[in-house]
Design a protein around this ligand. Structure first.
Ligand code: GLN
Length: 278
């Protein structure tokens, strides 16, 4: 089959851009290095080798069934860098880039060496991005520690840190459980599961492919954050926290954090910043 024909048929089954990206990925070994989608348009008459057709059809079926493109391609771009992903980790989302910016926006308040703790790192996209952005900004002594409950997720996160050359220390554990007693961080950042299973607007077809433990939380989605705050008031490892939540959870969040001695000091679309009054 010719490139142009394949694309025409594929675009009837899946999103046009996704079809082009799948075709590029499937033909990768046979194409000159570094070509982009424009190559496909210019070579619409070129034949696709039969050995590639089967693999391309498999990718097409996966995408048509709702599987996120990131899992099919094996990576997702986040903050200008490609992160390896698989179904053990949430696909990095653009809203989380805003959370990174919120953390970077707090650096003026930091005195001495900078220490950041990320809880629930998943693919590592927040911790790794922070490490690399901080290095660019001259915070070369910054220490970044990132935890996750899932060993499988940590395999992905470590790989990303290594591939991208980021210095991050990874720890397995449930929330703050294995964070050493007495450790102090300037900022805690987390994109914990915060989706309420009952939200009617969810795109279940695609969410079903992502790890449930990374998405859903009880108590209108705020249950995981509540457990984190419970542990935080006991361990007091950080007085500033930057958390990703859904915009619909803002007022509930404001109320909840007060119970643990925190005040919301800044709110962006998906990010909220808390400071302890203890
Ligand atoms: N923002 C994601 C979504 O709505 C959820 C991410 C999360 O639960 N931490 O799909």
């Amino acid at each position: 089959m010719k490139i142009g024909e394949w694309l025409k048929l594929a675009k009837k089954r899946i999103d046009a851009l996704d079809a082009e990206l799948i075709l590029l990925a499937g033909l990768q070994d046979d194409l000159p290095a570094g070509v982009d989608r424009s190559y496909l348009v210019a070579h619409a008459e070129a034949e696709i080798a039969p050995k590639n057709c089967r693999e391309l059809e498999e990718m097409l079926v996966r995408r048509a069934s709702g599987e996120p493109l990131a899992y099919i391609l094996g990576y997702r771009e986040f903050y200008g860098r490609n992160f390896t992903v698989n179904s053990e980790v949430l696909v990095p989302r653009p809203e989380t880039e805003g959370v990174v910016d919120l953390v970077l926006g707090r650096l003026n308040d930091v005195q001495g060496d900078l220490r950041i703790l990320e809880i629930g790192t998943g693919s590592g996209c927040i911790a790794v991005t922070l490490a690399l952005e901080l290095a660019k900004m001259g915070f070369s002594d910054a220490e970044i520690v990132a935890t996750d409950l899932s060993e499988e997720a940590l395999v992905v996160a470590r790989k990303n840190a290594q591939n991208l050359g980021a210095k991050v220390k990874f720890l397995q554990g449930d929330l703050l459980k294995n964070v050493p007693k007495g450790a102090k961080f300037d900022i805690l950042v987390a994109n914990l599961p915060y989706v309420d299973e009952n939200w009617g607007w969810l795109d279940r077809k695609s969410l079903n492919f992502e790890p449930k433990m990374a998405l859903y939380a009880p108590k209108q989605g705020l249950g995981a954050y509540e457990r984190l705050l419970e542990q935080l008031v006991i361990k007091k490892v950080a007085r500033t926290a930057v958390l990703e939540i859904d915009p619909c959870q803002r007022s509930e969040m404001r109320k909840m954090v007060q119970k643990y001695g925190f005040l919301v000091v800044r709110e962006e679309e998906f990010g909220t910043v808390l400071e302890a009054n203890w």
